[in-house]
Design a protein around this ligand. Structure first.
Ligand code: DSN
Length: 415
């Protein structure tokens, strides 16, 4: 990553510089299969390091509480216009600092404290902010959960509708963090309409696939759609909330002043740049490769006897059930760490183990695809994973794999 200039940090603060340098090396020498991560593009990184970080801009474009916003007003306007165009939505607010805050803004726009909503259980593939008891969404509101069918490990819409009829949630949430199959937004919207609930799609994971036209769009089916910008979208760490025009005022006032203060204008500029890059043909080709690589990942794992939740993938991620191998997700993370392969443990549907141990791991292809890796490299990575797990008690072998991983990474520098 020679193109990045950290000399000013080195001079000002050698202690922090040392750890940044270590992280640069880790990212250069590690195969990253964390499905929610990516390498942000250089213009996105640059925008985040720009002077826009200096500016307070509470309020919205052309209606701020501070002077001097005439230029950043334009930046936020561009980010909003690009979101609307790319996602084909009626209204957008680009200020949420994260996906969690984007979701929070929808809950506080639609629900009162104690109101019921229906979402997928975190342990089946949902997200913390979809009603987990340790999260604001589970503390302030009354979540009810659907999961997946035990046999197909996909969503059973009859169960979703039955639960909606029984519990009368004000809001239904779809869109997940560990669900390898396509989400049928249209069917969700039909259930929401029959049960008089609002519909929120959290497309944080699949946003890049959606804008590339490789996953069905949530629009025009949802009332609200939230996303992060740093996953498949390859933008800065942050969130966006989209909605129908009729909810625009509520969403805006919930984001600011409801739950946030000043927007992060340097991040909003980076969001605008990422959205521009996501509108290109090159981005579409990139997303096609992300999905193609995920399919190779799934097929190669299956050939070696690994069991995949739902038997495969339609997206950028696969969920592996490691019970047949007799290894927990937690141990797998540690074993693969020794081989410089970075993954996360993940519960699988009906997991008998806790979220701290887990029976599964989640693997995704956005980062390695950004590096330019293709089918051949994915097959090689699967052979590294298999060899590391088979030889998990052999530190020498794990060291040898680590050297091979480093050699592979050297051929595909992310920057
Ligand atoms: N923590 C993210 C993920 O890894 O999926 C979601 O916020």
């Amino acid at each position: 990553m020679e193109r990045m200039n950290y000399e000013d940090i080195k001079t000002a603060d050698p202690e922090v510089f040392k750890w940044i340098q270590k992280e640069v090396e880790r990212e250069e020498e590690t195969i990253n299969l964390i499905a929610s991560e990516n390498f942000a593009s250089l213009p996105v990184l640059s925008a985040q390091g720009s002077v826009l970080t200096n500016k307070y801009a509470e309020g919205y474009s052309f209606a701020r509480y501070y002077g001097g916003c005439q230029f950043i007003d334009q930046v936020e306007k561009i980010a909003i216009e690009r979101t609307k165009e790319l996602f084909n939505c009626e209204y957008a607010n680009v200020q949420p600092h994260s996906g969690s805050q984007a979701n929070m803004s929808v809950y506080f726009s639609t629900l009162k404290v104690g109101d019921a909503f229906l979402a997928m259980d975190l342990r089946a593939g949902g997200h913390l902010t979809h009603g987990s008891s340790v999260n604001f969404s589970g503390k302030f509101f009354k979540p009810y959960f659907y999961g997946v069918d035990k046999k197909t490990e996909t969503i059973d819409f009859n169960i979703v509708e039955d639960l909606a009829k029984k519990h009368k949630p004000k809001l239904i949430v779809c869109g997940y963090t560990a669900y390898p199959r396509k989400v049928d937004f249209k069917t969700f919207s039909e259930i929401a309409s029959r049960t008089e609930a609002y519909l929120l799609a959290d497309i944080a994971h699949i946003a890049g696939l959606v804008v590339a036209g490789l996953h069905p769009s949530p629009h025009p089916f949802t009332d609200f759609t939230t996303t992060t910008t740093h996953k498949t979208l390859r933008g800065p760490r942050g969130g966006i909330v989209m909605c129908k025009n009729k909810f625009a005022k509520q969403v805006d006032s919930t984001v600011f002043p409801g739950i946030q203060g000043g927007p992060l204008m340097h991040v909003i500029a980076a969001k605008a740049i990422a959205l521009h890059l996501a509108s290109t043909n090159e981005f579409k080709k990139y997303q096609e490769k992300v999905i193609a690589n995920a399919k190779v990942l799934a097929d190669s794992l299956k050939k070696l006897g690994y069991r995949l939740v739902s038997d495969g993938t339609d997206t950028h991620l696969v969920l592996v059930d490691l019970r047949p191998q007799g290894i927990t997700g937690k141990d797998t993370v540690e074993i693969l760490k020794k081989a410089n392969i970075c993954i996360n443990k993940n519960t699988i549907p009906f997991d008998p183990l806790s979220a701290k141990l887990t029976s599964g791991i989640r693997l995704g292809t956005p980062s390695v695809t950004t590096q330019g890796m293709g089918e051949k490299e994915i097959e090689l990575i699967v052979s590294f994973i298999h060899s590391a797990l088979t030889n998990r008690n052999d530190d020498k072998k794990l060291e040898q794999i680590r050297e091979e991983v480093k050699a592979l990474c050297k051929k595909f520098p992310p920057y």
